[in-house]
Design a protein around this ligand. Sequence first.
Ligand code: SAM
Length: 250
Amino acid sequence: METSFGFRTVPVEEKQGLVNRVFDRVASRYDLMNDAMSGGLHRAWKDAMVAWLGAPRRPRTVYRVIDVAGGTGDVAFRVARGIEVRGAVTVADISPEMLAVGARRDARRLRPTTPCRFVAANAEALPLEDRSHDAYTIAFGIRNVARRDVALAEAHRVLRRGGRFLCLEFSRVDVPGLAALYDAYSFRAIPAMGRAIAGDAEPYRYLVESIRTFPNPGRFAAEIERAGFGAVKVRLLSGGVAAIHSAFKL
Ligand code: SAM
């Protein structure tokens, strides 16, 4: 079976290795590049996802969240700030380099209320028990996974009944005029920024290409439904540059 790695088609079993090389290479500059490439917008998008999650501030029972492909912890720290007592946030990521940056950031968190733990894991095979979590989040991660259907099935497996699935991902610009501008920015400016800031353009070429090969919001919503989720809703952000998909385990 074949899949896409950016604009290339590769055997599905090769994709993950190629993706891992990208993130191991960019880890130390990842947070800086995110701010530079999006002009800080990624922060507002992550805030929007965590606000939509609406984790109970004082849950009566433990509220367990798993942030998959959680990288350097951006989403997990936001979720953890919103839960006041008896919460637990797990960051699962396949890249040890990204997790190491996240763990260093975690150690510098001011007055952390909820602990975050960092676990090396593939989204396609999470080391978690069935129905063990209240919420599953994934930001800019699902696009990188080799077998998206397997990762979605894993999300469904680890959530309790009624549990929440939230996915933030780049999407399709749907504003006339903005699309051409966005293309020029993506294909010219972003790789150039990668070269200037992170010393390497290649991983950023993969980034912009992989965004173009990801399914549109309607098709991705159908994939989420096929994994067994219901009440799928989509919110477009910044004219469709990014989108949040929300769903519940039936
Ligand atoms: N969620 C973080 C954020 O929004 O800043 C990091 C997103 S980064 C673009 C993508 C992350 O997905 C990387 O940390 C990468 O290591 C991770 N990743 C890629 N494939 C994965 C997989 N199969 N399982 C778990 N993590 C994966």
